[in-house]
Design a protein around this ligand. Structure first.
Ligand code: DQA
Length: 149
């Protein structure tokens, strides 16, 4: 089983950016955590981070026929990007949305998630652990033939 794990804008600045919200661990630590979580779950994972909406759309399109599942934290594009929503819908690869912070308790502009409309599940407010749960959920969901949501 092959998963593509996408992180959107400013997540490369983890550790530096608003540590009270996003924690003190950096993006390299997140990458180690993701690789370890995928290994433990028995799935192959490719990691991708970009600050550019079009690059994320391109990566989702290129995932068609290659990846079984997508774990995505679209970061700020969560709340603005119909293009990322459309790309997820176009490839129709089962996807799970992750947010490090609990966006439901933050500003009103963070209350809409476009990407989430194409995802089978969302994890938020669990820090890095949300990604691990997303990987495990997606693995079981796909093993179950896509009926586990
Ligand atoms: C985020 C939440 C978004 O609202 C924000 O723009 C981010 C990170 C999170 O992981 O909590 O960049 O997706």
């Amino acid at each position: 089983m092959k998963f593509l794990i996408i992180n959107g804008p400013n997540l490369n600045l983890l550790g530096l950016r608003e540590p009270d919200i996003y924690g003190r661990q950096d993006y390299a630590a997140l990458c180690r955590f993701l690789t370890e979580s995928a290994n433990d779950a028995g799935v192959e994972a490719e990691l991708f981070q970009s600050n550019h909406e079009g690059a994320i759309v391109d990566r989702i399109q290129a995932a068609y026929g290659v990846f079984d599942g997508i774990v995505i934290n679209p970061a700020a594009y969560t709340h603005t990007s119909v293009a990322i929503l459309d790309a997820l819908k176009a490839v129709a690869i089962p996807a799970v949305e992750v947010h490090i912070s609990d966006v439901s308790k933050r500003e009103s502009f963070r209350q809409v998630s476009y990407a989430g409309m194409a995802c089978v599940k969302t994890y938020m407010g669990l820090g890095f652990e949300g990604y691990r749960q997303a990987i495990l959920f997606l693995r079981d969901y796909l093993r179950d033939g896509g009926h586990g949501a």
